[in-house]
Design a protein around this ligand. Structure first.
Ligand code: CDP
Ligand code: CDP
Length: 198
């Protein structure tokens, strides 16, 4: 069976949490596509490499680094994600993953719009910037105001780039998690998948 669930949305909206839960519930494989961009950003920055070369040479060890979830890695990711050749270098891997036997969940920014426009289920997960920054701050600590500023800056860059900007696909179900618990958000996402599976 081939079945793709596309989950997009801005930073710290709950995409990863929902994706992991949906994958576990339905036995699908999960790909966090943000990790690809984070790995390219960190690799390019740390090694003084050209981001396009870093994307073309991306390997499993790059994805296993333990510094991919920092705020700095998120910023580095959104900067390299603007470059069309970086995005192009990552397309085939994501599309192959999406069509693997047994079902797949991919979360990112452009899954429902560019990578898998034919996905069986598309969710656009969002929440207010303040709620999202608070959630991220609980994870990384530091100054909450600075986390909010970074979240806004990254949203702005992701929404306003020319290539694959962050926006809901026309046929996406929009899920605002600002006032939802994780359990409620996961239940809504699972409902959408169950409905489509029939
Ligand atoms: O993947 P994304 O950046 O969109 O978000 P995430 O890493 O899944 O979620 C960010 C944080 O918000 C995590 O610590 C989640 O536990 C939390 N969260 C929450 O508090 N309420 C939700 N409805 C969803 C996520
Ligand atoms: O977890 P969080 O939502 O904070 O970020 P992420 O999903 O790990 O993505 C990091 C950055 O990579 C985003 O801000 C985007 O600039 C970029 N990205 C993208 O352009 N396209 C994707 N499909 C996934 C991530």
């Amino acid at each position: 069976m081939r079945f793709t669930v596309a989950i997009d949305g801005p930073a710290a909206a709950g995409k990863g949490t929902i994706s992991r839960a949906v994958a576990e519930r339905f036995g699908f494989a999960h790909l966090d596509t943000g990790a690809l961009y984070r790995a390219v950003g960190v690799k390019a920055q740390a090694g003084g490499l050209d981001p396009v070369a870093a994307a073309k040479g991306l390997c499993p060890e790059d994805l296993a680094r333990d510094d991919l979830r920092t705020l700095e890695a998120g910023q580095a990711a959104s900067i390299v994600a603007v470059i069309p050749d970086v995005r192009a270098a990552l397309v085939d891997f994501q599309r192959e993953f999406a069509r693997r036997e047994g079902g797949a969940v991919l979360d990112g920014r452009d899954i429902g719009t560019v990578i898998c426009p034919g996905a069986e289920v598309k969710l656009f997960v969002t929440a207010s910037p303040e709620v999202r920054a608070h959630r991220r701050w609980l994870e990384v600590g530091g100054e909450e105001a600075q986390v909010l500023a970074q979240v806004r800056e990254r949203d702005d860059r992701d929404m306003n780039r020319a290539d694959a900007p962050l926006r809901p696909a026309e046929d996406a179900l929009v899920l605002d998690t600002s006032d939802l618990s994780i359990e409620e958000a996961v239940a809504r996402a699972c409902e959408a998948v169950s409905q489509k599976l029939g």
